[in-house]
Design a protein around this ligand. Structure first.
Ligand code: EPZ
Length: 421
């Protein structure tokens, strides 16, 4: 099991490029199940989760290939497949649940393992199932699996309102509705850029989706779709992580290939702590001018402050000249990084959804343990800022969402390496 070792306290300077978005690539790869034929998806990040999605499609008799860099995926979907997602694969990546909508829409049946527990929260999929049921699917839960049958084999358009904005829930039901008979209207939808990017990919396949990026989607079903041919958007969370690195005291980092309009809420907070943020051609530059100022952060669905940036932002606030209040409203257990940041000398207390972050002048390096994807990114940022050596263990969490992060940070001057243990 690898660990990342960082000798911190070195100023970071230079330019880093964002990879394709994990949370756009995964549902887009699953969308291939909606059409027979040869699909191509470009700007796919080379990540463990993408490999898992490839294995999942492979287990359904689809051929999944990637170019040597791993950034172009080709999927061959045959006329007949086995519409099943086994526990062995779903347990390693909850996002695998996004195959459910395409399978039900295309084959009128599916058997998909329930994702099970997650470090950051309960994360049920009740809204996914309610949405599919609204389109006429019959759903039973048995032996840890969701079994879905569609009487008559075809979903029927309908009106459905989500109880809360759910990203993969919106993606699943939107994909299902593309092949339903008639019009579907989905309300209280997620508005994340990844949902919009998926809708763009689906419309390129011949779907008729209107309203993507807003909280109401109108989908006129079609009888068939053509293969995917799509470029995935940049990863705003990976880019955001590097922007926070740039806002740490004394740093100057430019992130290329990221879309500033996907990161407005984060950029607003980086400016609030006193960093200088400028849009440059094809990217965003952040300069960390001295000690950050405190600011309060409240996570919300897009376009609010992304929960996937909460841990990383907390590192910046941990070094602020004063106290900040962080409120996590999306997931009920997303403060696993706090105890590890305390090991580096941060002064943070958690009470339910709220964390009080009292800024300290400096952090000091120590061995720490990653608990989930974004927590591990925060520990890497903290290690970069801390005096001395930090060892981040369980970096398999990191590899699920960050493509070779140490190779991207080293050219900025970071003293960071991966060590096999
Ligand atoms: C997506 O997860 C992302 N994953 C997550 O990123 C991200 O944190 C999350 O959206 C929120 O932005 C992917 O896109 C693959 P939700 P998702 O459904 O879709 C509750 C990362 O770090 N809910 O929008 O699973 C749920 O429990 C990952 O890359 C229900 O109660 O999140 C949560 O409290 C982590 N019932 C809230 O809604 C449902 O049926 C939002 O979850 C669905 C969701």
């Amino acid at each position: 099991m690898d660990k990342i070792v960082i000798d911190g306290g070195v100023p970071l300077r230079g330019t880093v490029a964002a990879s394709g978005a994990k949370n756009a690539a995964l549902p887009t790869l699953a969308a291939a199940l909606l059409a027979e034929g040869e699909h191509v998806v470009r700007n796919v990040p080379n990540l463990a989760d993408v490999r898992t999605m490839g294995r999942l499609l492979g287990s359904m008799e689809c051929a999944f290939e990637r170019d040597p860099e791993g950034h172009v995926a080709r999927i061959r979907v045959p006329r007949a497949i086995t519409p099943e997602a086994p526990y062995e694969l779903v347990k390693t990546m909850r996002a695998a649940v996004v195959v459910l909508g395409p399978l039900v829409a295309r084959w009128g049946k599916a058997r998909v393992s329930l994702p099970g527990g997650c470090a950051i929260g309960a994360r049920p999929i009740d809204q996914h199932l309610k949405g599919l049921a609204a389109l006429g699917a019959k759903i039973t839960l048995e032996h840890g699996y969701v079994d879905v049958e569609v009487p008559g084999g075809h979903l029927k358009g309908s009106v459905f309102t989500f109880d809360m904005q759910t990203v993969t829930g919106t993606e699943n039901v939107m994909m299902a509705a593309t092949l339903a008979e008639g019009r579907t209207v989905l309300r209280n939808c997620a508005r994340e850029p990844e949902v919009l990017d998926l809708a763009v990919a689906l419309n390129r396949m011949g779907a008729r989706i209107a309203g993507a990026g807003t909280d109401e989607l109108r989908i006129d079903g079609v009888t068939s779709l053509r293969p995917l041919d799509h470029d995935v958007i940049p990863d705003r969370i990976e880019a955001g992580t590097f922007l926070v690195a740039g806002a740490l005291p004394g740093n100057d980092v430019t992130v290329m290939g990221c879309a500033a309009d996907h990161l407005e809420a984060l950029i607003e907070k980086l400016r609030a702590v006193g960093a200088t943020v400028t849009a440059v051609d094809g990217g965003v530059r952040v300069v960390g001018d001295g000690r950050p100022r405190p600011t309060d952060v409240r996570t919300q669905p897009h376009p609010g402050f992304p929960t996937d940036m909460q841990a990383q932002m907390m590192v910046l606030l941990a070094l602020a000249d004063g106290s900040s209040v962080v409120t996590e409203t999306v997931f009920e257990n997303r403060y696993m990084h706090v105890q590890e940041l305390q090991r580096l000398g941060a002064d943070i207390t958690v009470d339910g959804k709220t964390a009080i972050v009292r800024g300290v002048p400096a952090l000091s390096g120590a061995p720490v343990m990653a608990s989930d994807l974004r927590a591990s990114a925060a520990l890497v940022l903290a290690g970069l800022a801390a005096q001395g050596t930090t060892e981040v263990q369980r970096v398999y969490h990191l590899d699920r969402g960050y493509e070779r992060i140490e190779a991207k940070l080293a050219p900025l001057g970071a003293r960071i390496k991966r060590v096999k243990t």
